[in-house]
Design a binder for this molecule. Structure first.
Ligand SMILES: *Cc1c(COP(=O)(O)O)cnc(C)c1O
Length: 613
């Protein structure tokens, strides 16, 4: 075992690896995640992975059971409706939600559950939709419904200080938005308002103190300040889509009105299925507009008559539910319940705590920090989600797309950008409205390559752990970051410290020559100068057959092409990991016009025009 792992286990051995389960983490990985061989998968906040045994069980069940349409009264239909009933109960159990108080409505995902709440919420011009800055776009979108009815929307920061407890949580308003005045006759007493927060921020991993739920519902005046809204009935929505995969969201302690979840974030499969868990009394206040197959008790085609169904599930599930997917979730729950959520929570926390600590310790040779972490100073209660950006020794930023592309060449899967969480992104990176507007003006949109604008990152790198993540995953990421981005003396393969005497005490520590733009270079103990800098440094570029100049941004694998110049022989040596043979190119300017047609290497020696060698 490597010493690092020894040290890690000394500190975290009690939490890491499911010590009380039938299978160790290493057995889980080698028997249920064989397909992960060669991958370091660190995007569980994007989608976690299904176990291969889970899929075998699902396949076996689907291939031996006849599931009919749950709305059919036939035997096969009843089999389906029974399994759906069982699945609803499992979802409620997962959140410790009493079936007397809560219902589970299946949706196509967390997003559609959020949309359902937004659409059916009894908004009025006195309503307020209040939400923490850290929220997914799918939550922010609810404000369109509130504003559309003339209500207000406002973003808030939650500040917690000192010890955990009621009095130490503060809600600080940022901005209020109101779209247009809309007269309606509801009086303040009937007004409903909605407060939305994630259980865990999918950008920073910051977990929110869910004591807020009760405080807002029971004592809104004290928590939210003495504004008009306080007189309205406040309901609370928890976006648990990220958080509940690795930490319990306990509705018996935190009586939220609405909770949304997506199952692929819990156990990888199925996708396209989520749930809205809602309190009975809150459900009765919702006003759903649309009706459809499944949600009506009776309708008349040629006049405006419809009688809706009464049960909450029937009222909110349009059409036929994704019943084969619903039948599959018990195999996912079985897995989580065997490991237990509290052990998953401890396991993933051990990895995240370790990785955060190690990232903060990564340094450049000059002592500067390599990593700027987000969120770890805001809260001590952090989930297994870590966002950061990397800095060069001079403090300038590495673009996150560069990190992502190089990581993917090393088999490391991570996520970059803002992760659909613009509020957290702006808050933690420190982007003002002006910064964001000017980035948009400059053409930056989500998922593009504009990772740095005006010297500031437009997003971050995110790594996140799942229940099957291992120490080795974290270690490989650390080794990759250290090897690819931290400068250190042992970067040079040749002795590279040469003292160039200088009156001011400035000395050259190492010399690196990059003959071909975007390819790897080499270091040299000394090197001749030309009129434009080091001789042959960045003298050539690679072009595609269509004449486009190749760079690492578009062809990241270029960084694996090694180069070396043997001055005594006058040759440029080029080596690719994909070819056995080295390519030697004569670069002696007095040796005639060798190699003119054979190679697609172009020289830039004469000003900026590219010449064929
Ligand atoms: C993934 C995620 C969502 C959206 O879930 P979908 O399954 O894409 O609908 C919403 N909020 C958070 C915090 C998430 O992590």
């Amino acid at each position: 075992m490597d010493r690092g792992k020894d040290d890690f286990l000394k500190e975290f051995g009690g939490d890491y690896g499911y010590p009380n389960s039938p299978k160790s983490i290493d057995e889980i990985r080698s028997t249920e995640f064989k397909r992960l061989e060669g991958h370091v998968y660190l995007d569980h906040a994007g989608a976690t992975l299904y176990s291969e045994l889970q899929m075998e069980a699902i396949f076996k069940e689907l291939s031996t059971t006849v599931y009919g349409n749950p709305h059919s009264q036939s035997d096969t239909g009843t089999v389906t409706s029974d399994i759906i009933k069982e699945a609803r109960q499992q979802v409620l159990d997962y959140f410790s939600a009493s079936p007397r108080e809560y219902r589970c409505v299946f949706t196509s995902g967390a997003t559609s559950a959020l949309k359902l709440v937004g659409e059916a919420f009894p908004w009025s011009s006195r309503s307020c939709f209040m939400y923490t800055m850290e929220n997914h776009n799918s939550v922010l979108g609810i404000r369109e419904y509130a504003l559309g009815k003339g209500g207000q929307a406002c973003a808030v920061d939650i500040e917690e200080s000192g010890t955990y407890g009621k009095s130490s949580i503060k809600v600080c308003k940022r901005s209020s938005q109101r779209r247009y005045e809309y007269q309606d006759n509801t009086n303040a007493g009937d007004t409903c308002s909605l407060f939305a927060l994630p259980s865990e921020c999918n950008f920073s991993g910051v977990r929110f103190n869910l004591d807020l739920v009760k405080m807002i519902k029971e004592d809104s005046e004290k928590v939210l300040g003495g504004s008009d809204f306080c007189r309205s009935k406040w309901m609370v929505l928890i976006d648990a889509a990220k958080g509940c995969a690795t930490e319990k969201v306990d509705l018996s302690r935190y009586p939220a009105d609405f909770v949304v979840v997506s199952f692929y974030k819990l156990f990888g499969y199925p996708t396209g299925l989520g749930a809205l868990i809602l309190r009975n009394d809150s459900a009765s206040l919702l006003r759903k507009k649309y009706f459809s197959g499944g949600t009506v008790a009776a309708a008349i085609a040629d006049i405006d008559f419809v009688k809706r169904r009464e049960h909450v599930e029937e009222l909110f599930e349009d059409g036929t539910t994704s019943f084969l997917s619903i039948a599959s979730i018990r195999h996912g729950f079985k897995l989580l319940n065997t490991l237990t959520l509290s052990a998953i929570s401890r396991h993933t926390a051990s990895l995240a705590t370790f990785l955060r600590k190690m990232l903060l310790e990564l340094k450049h040779e000059n002592g500067a920090n390599l990593c700027a972490l987000y969120g770890h100073r805001v809260s001590k209660d952090l989930g297994p989600t870590i966002s950061f950006n990397l800095r060069r020794p001079d403090g300038s930023w590495f673009g996150y797309r560069e990190v992502e592309k190089l990581a993917s060449l090393s088999g490391i899967q991570l996520r970059t950008g803002c992760f659909c969480n613009p509020g957290a992104c702006a808050k933690y990176i420190g982007l003002s409205h002006q910064d964001i507007w000017s980035n948009v003006e400059a053409g930056h949109v989500c998922w593009d390559d504009n990772d740095i604008l005006n010297g500031k990152p437009t997003g971050a790198v995110r790594v996140s752990f799942g229940y099957m993540s291992t120490y080795e995953d974290a270690k490989k990421l650390l080794d990759f970051l250290k090897g690819s981005f931290a400068t250190s003396g042992n970067h040079c393969s040749l002795p590279c410290t040469k003292r160039l005497s200088s009156g001011q005490g400035i000395r050259v520590k190492s010399i690196h020559i990059y003959p071909i733009k975007s390819c790897a270079g080499f270091s040299a103990p000394s090197w001749p100068l030309s009129s434009t800098g080091f001789l042959h440094d960045r003298a050539w570029v690679l072009k595609s057959l269509t004449g486009e100049i190749l760079t690492q941004k578009t062809v990241p694998i270029l960084c694996l092409i090694g180069t070396y110049i043997d001055l005594s022989r006058g040759v440029l040596v080029v080596q690719s990991p994909l070819c056995k043979d080295k390519l030697e190119i004569d670069i002696n300017p007095y040796s005639g016009n060798l190699g003119e047609e054979q190679v697609d290497l172009y020289s830039r020696r004469h000003n900026s025009s590219y010449d064929t060698l």
